[in-house]
Design a protein around this ligand. Structure first.
Ligand SMILES: [Mg+2]
Length: 339
């Protein structure tokens, strides 16, 4: 792959995630009926900017994704698994400092100089309390029983940074398990990094092929949690089947859940991407119009579509008003260059 293509895909993954997050953020706590009442029968299809001074604001999902990326860039490619995990944990504590100034930061990266990141955008309680505890969970030593989607929604950079898909998946599972102890809190994170990695590094013909390959590999990757891994694989296959049928998204998506937990968030996102594998805009729009955890499913779908199609496939209507666009582009570029 040429350097230009890699850069386009890395930037696309980060910017795409921020776009989906910013589109879904205003409707995160709205029912599907409520979304349609406010935005029309096809749901929310463009940024809602009325109360934001015309800026599309992203939420904690993208904030934490940036802190994941910054941790990797600071760790460097020679870092072993333990060092990566430690750096990611420290960087998340830095993020916690942006949400609560009484927390002492580690200062892993220069992200702490970005004043705009010091905004609270509905941060997840599980992330806040796990990071405040001073402890650091791992897949084998769970910090809690949470399977919330706060683990998966922040790990896409691992799939960009690490060229080997299996290692990317294991590192992403580690990153999620820092705060989310249930297997469904961290296996979907491993799956997302694997998918993003294959969108970037593999010579594959279709996104459906990438998702199917991920489902096939999950039980091997996470054999210590074989039942949960098989369950996640089954949900990805179900998402692929539903994406192929003639029914409306409003019929299909509820069959996959609401996205508050990690496995459902990944399955809904995969569904939206497989429904529109050639169209970034339609995929993220489908990913946020269901009445569940819209910013997270939007962010994950945007990560996948951006890595699959590249920044060039993301319409200017999404990037023009996007908060911290230059920072997202810069970090995406740095992830592409660090290989
Ligand atoms: Mg959020």
């Amino acid at each position: 792959m040429s350097d230009d293509v890699r850069k386009d895909k890395c930037q696309g993954c980060l910017v795409g995630g921020a776009v989906g997050d910013a589109l879904g953020y205003p409707v995160e706590f709205m029912s599907y009926e409520c979304i349609c009442r406010q935005f029309g029968s096809s749901g929310i299809r463009s940024y809602w900017l009325e109360e934001t001074g015309g800026v599309a604001l992203f939420s904690d999902d993208t904030q934490m994704t940036l802190f994941t990326a910054a941790a990797l860039l600071a760790a460097g490619h020679e870092a072993g698994r333990k060092k990566v995990r430690s750096n990611v944990h420290r960087s998340y504590v830095d993020w916690l400092h942006t949400q609560d100034r009484s927390v002492e930061p580690y200062g892993v990266s220069e992200l702490l100089d970005e004043r705009q990141l010091y905004s609270r955008r509905a941060p997840g309680n599980t992330c806040l309390s796990a990071l405040r505890s001073g402890r650091k969970g791992t897949p084998s030593q769970p910090i809690n029983g949470s399977k919330g989607c706060g683990g998966v929604m922040r790990v896409a950079p691992l799939g960009l940074w690490e060229a080997d898909p299996e290692r990317a998946a294991l590192l992403a599972a580690d990153a999620a398990a820092i705060t989310h102890g249930h297997p469904m809190g961290w296996i979907p994170a491993g799956a997302l990094a694997w998918i993003v990695n294959r969108c970037l590094y593999a010579e594959v013909e279709s996104l459906a092929g990438v998702i199917a390959e991920c489902a096939d590999n999950l039980p091997l990757l996470f054999h210590s949690q074989a039942d949960a891994a098989a369950d996640m694989a089954g949900q990805l296959r179900r998402a692929a089947e539903l994406a192929d049928n003639e029914d409306a998204d409003s019929v299909n998506i509820p069959l996959l859940g609401e996205g508050w937990v990690g496995d459902e968030a990944l399955a809904i996102s995969a569904y939206a991407c497989l429904r529109h594998p050639d169209d970034f805009s339609e995929a993220v729009i489908a990913a946020v119009n269901h009445g569940g955890d819209a910013d997270s499913t939007g962010a994950i779908a945007g990560n996948i579509m951006g890595a699959w199609l590249g920044l060039g496939a993301i319409d200017a209507r999404w990037t023009d008003d996007l908060e911290l666009r230059e920072l997202l582009l810069q970090i995406g570029s740095a992830l592409a260059e660090c290989r």
